[in-house]
Design a protein around this ligand. Structure first.
Ligand code: GLA
Length: 359
């Protein structure tokens, strides 16, 4: 028997595909859906730049951030030695494939080499010497990638965890006082006047931390420090932030004239505070349908807000590519699996992905 498909039948089939959930648009990647909004990025290591993971990056993202390769410890392990290989590989991959790069980060209290705070006799260096070292470091790194990195997280997580204190008590603060923050921005701006410079932090939607971050940002802006934006890390969970917390944060920071980016987005299936327990909990680490639905709800809500604030938001970056590998897999509960991203362990779009691109 012969079947004849007429032109009108073909049209009806094509019209039915999206209704049946069959993606006519599968060739589109996440960044295509958001092309009129903001770049969509992912944190990568040089190891993810080949094979299936590279294909996933190229299909869905138009921006990348080195997860670790540009942090001070990995890239500048000794005073007179830089290790460029991994960072170069990431920047070269981006250049070859026309991806944007967000540099991360120039000054932090973690993954910082211990040599930077000590002189030859293992005594603490002076403020003048530490600022000189910071300047040398920032100048070398920013100059090397000038014109190839459009935005830098200059200072990361300088606000204290303790709500009664403004700044985190780190060797940077102890040795230099709070001036190190403004200086880091000045050094970066001198090295690449075209780069967009960000202050980056976590829990920025929680009201009390938001107020302290705001206080710091306002001081910097009022002092005409060359800061252009604030990075909300976005290490969220299915329980937070609320719509109101997120809206207030974006509005409040952008009222300072700063651009806002979500720089390290993931949505943990565990409440953050509970995460602080250091033993594996009794609960199973299965990704149940009810947890999955909660994650869909949170992601759907925050992306709806991101789209509403497209004039204030200039980038969204996920922290890692898929649930196959996420820093939350063993942090802070060793051995506990997490499922915080839009792609599953086989690098396939999860249900939540289809909700995030449905608008
Ligand atoms: C912070 C840092 C990131 C990364 C994450 C955890 O948010 O900014 O570079 O180290 O912690 O992976």
């Amino acid at each position: 028997m012969r079947y004849i498909i007429t032109k009108s039948m073909l049209c009806s089939i094509l019209l039915l595909l999206p209704i049946l959930g069959i993606a006519q648009t599968e060739s589109k990647g996440l960044h295509d859906y958001y092309q009129n909004y903001f770049p969509i990025g992912a944190a990568v290591s040089h190891r993810s730049l080949t094979g299936q993971e590279a294909n996933l990056i190229l299909k869905h993202f138009n921006s990348i951030t080195p997860e670790n390769a540009m942090k001070m410890g990995p890239i500048h392990p000794q005073e007179d030695r830089y290790f460029w290989d991994d960072a170069d590989a990431i920047v070269n991959f981006a250049q070859a494939n026309h991806l944007k790069v967000r540099g991360h980060n120039l000054c932090w209290h973690e993954q910082t080499p211990s040599w930077i705070f000590k002189d030859k006799n293992s005594s603490t260096v002076s403020k003048a010497e530490l600022l000189k070292r910071l300047k040398d470091h920032i100048t070398q790194v920013v100059t090397r990638y000038k014109g190839k990195i459009y935005a830098w997280d200059v200072v990361n997580e300088a606000i204290a965890d303790d709500s009664l204190t403004l700044l985190r008590n780190t060797p940077w603060l102890q040795i230099c006082g709070e001036e190190f923050i403004a200086k880091a921005f000045e050094y970066a701006h001198e090295a690449d006047p075209n780069a967009r410079l960000f202050y980056n932090d976590y829990n920025t939607e929680r009201p009390e931390k938001r107020e302290r971050v705001y206080k710091l940002l306002k001081k910097l802006v009022d002092a005409h420090v060359p800061i252009h934006g604030v990075g909300l890390q976005g290490h969220w969970s299915i329980y937070e932030p609320t719509e109101n917390e997120l809206r207030t944060t974006i509005s409040k920071f952008s009222s300072l004239g700063l651009e806002v980016q979500i720089t390290e987005l993931d949505v943990s299936i565990y409440p953050w505070e509970k995460n602080k327990r250091d033993k594996k909990s009794q609960e199973s680490d299965a990704f149940t349908p009810s947890l999955e639905q909660k994650q869909i709800d949170l992601y759907t809500t925050v992306f709806k807000i991101f789209r509403e604030y497209k004039n204030e938001i200039t980038g969204i970056t996920f922290w890692n590519i898929s649930d196959k590998h996420t820093w939350l897999d063993s942090y802070p509960v060793k051995g506990r699996k997490n499922y915080p991203l839009l792609f599953d362990q086989n690098l396939k779009p999860k249900k939540v992905y289809w909700e995030v691109v449905k608008f």
